[in-house]
Design a protein around this ligand. Sequence first.
Ligand code: AMP
Ligand code: ZN
Length: 113
Amino acid sequence: MNNCLFCKIIDGIIPSNKVYEDEKILAFHDINPQAPTHILVIPKCHIPSVDGVNAENANVVAYLFTKIPEIAQSAGLTGGYRVISNCGSDACQSVPHLHFHILGGRQLSDTMA
Ligand code: AMP
Ligand code: ZN
């Protein structure tokens, strides 16, 4: 059985506050927001992290990135936003299903790490 938290959100086993969904991707509000707007965008296929992106699944990742500007615009992020993906333990990745954080709604720090 797939014990992945985000796969369970995709399957509706765990609830989420959705902002966008189609057949390939899902976007929902982060449960512990780090900025006034903090949205997670995930592919519906299980890819563990950026390290798991390859020639076979790169199309869904590219597709996901075409949707990020639309999702950001819908969220009202007219002043800009930051897109982050934590990969592995040094980056403090806590959920092993590829996800991109969209952060915005205030002036963000000019340091990233
Ligand atoms: P990362 O630490 O980069 O792996 O990001 C995982 C993110 O998932 C964190 O920002 C968490 O707050 C968020 N998160 C964990 N569980 C949930 C959940 N059930 N619904 C929404 N966001 C979640
Ligand atoms: Zn998963």
